[in-house]
Design a protein around this ligand. Sequence first.
Ligand code: PLP
Length: 409
Amino acid sequence: MATINEYYDRLAAGYLFPEIAKRARAFSEKNPGVKLLKLGIGNSTEPLAPTVVAGLNLGADKLAKVETYTGYGDEQGDTRLRKAIAAEYAKLGANVADNEVFVSDGAKPDVGNIQSIFSPDCVVAVQDPAYPVYVDTNVIAGRGGKYDAARGCYDRMVYMPCTEENGFFPEVPTQKVDLIYICSPNNPTGAVATKEQLAKFVEYAKKNRAVIIFDSAYSQFIKDPALPRSIYEIPGAKECAIEISSFSKSAGFTGVRLGWTIVPMECVCENAAAGKLNAMWNRRQCTFFNGASNVVQEGGLAVLSEQGQKECKETIDHYMENARIIREGLSAIGLKVYGGVNAPYLWVKTPAGIKSWEFFDVLLSQAHVVTTPGAGFGPHGEGYIRVSAFGHRNDIIEAVDSVKKNLKI
Ligand code: PLP
């Protein structure tokens, strides 16, 4: 008799974005012909850089000739790409070896899968608010405990509040936890951890034999050279941190799909000596994954070429200019705006203390602008909305103008 994984039933209310889509659809049905201006989902909108397209074409062309055709590749990724990713870390002063790099089809699958190499008993700490995948994948794996609807929390998980007072980066937990998810630059708050802040987590993890899962999917958006782009810029981090990253936002690969995970040889935990976690992730990937697309990996190599980096930076600059337009526009009408300086997300405090979903509805009905309610990212997201800087320039300008003209609150 088959039975289901009942932990799926513990997942709290449906995913955030379907609810947003539902409300936007309902508005459009009631107001036919009104154009909706979308500042909601963090999806890339600008075309791929020419050098990257050439790389993808090269990958496809190679498949057309018997001399260059390849079938299954290494599960861990093309050696050239692993080396190129390791070389990016070297530029940051971080020492990452090729065999510590695992190429994948994106950061989201890796974020979801990495928990499988840890015990179901592990206590998980997340930033609050956080990218929902950290919480949901651990709930499915049985680490959540019961959902407390009144608090909006799972009772076996530790929520690390990210508030206005702490600059949206948390203090280390006061109790003992085993797995700690940190996202910097942060989705949704747009906050970036300093080296000193990350050093405190590294110290905590080493003391408690905990492991940090560091999500650096937005690292390329950091402009301030003093801010760390990788946790491995912090001394000792290789002993306690796994880093997951992505080509999605830095190169427009949201639909193309490519990412990577670094599992350092030195990384240890309570019952894993040096090399064990790396070997386990290798085993996991070899068992469940057949390698990232060879065409896409060729594109990834083009992204990391000197010319590719130059062109991708222009697209990032475009999104960051969008962020500036949003930040200045919304600040000008008295809204309190955070983030958007070293990250493509802006975290906007709701006016007059209204709830996130209420402000979402006000912006939708008055300005026809779609945002993301902060409450969907965790209890401490209440009272904020997330605004995304991904979008075409004209749409961004139109949306900001509409809020400035039409918001009456
Ligand atoms: N990590 C964070 C923090 C994200 O916000 C996202 C996507 O929005 C991802 C990972 C997903 O990355 P990928 O497209 O590589 O799966």
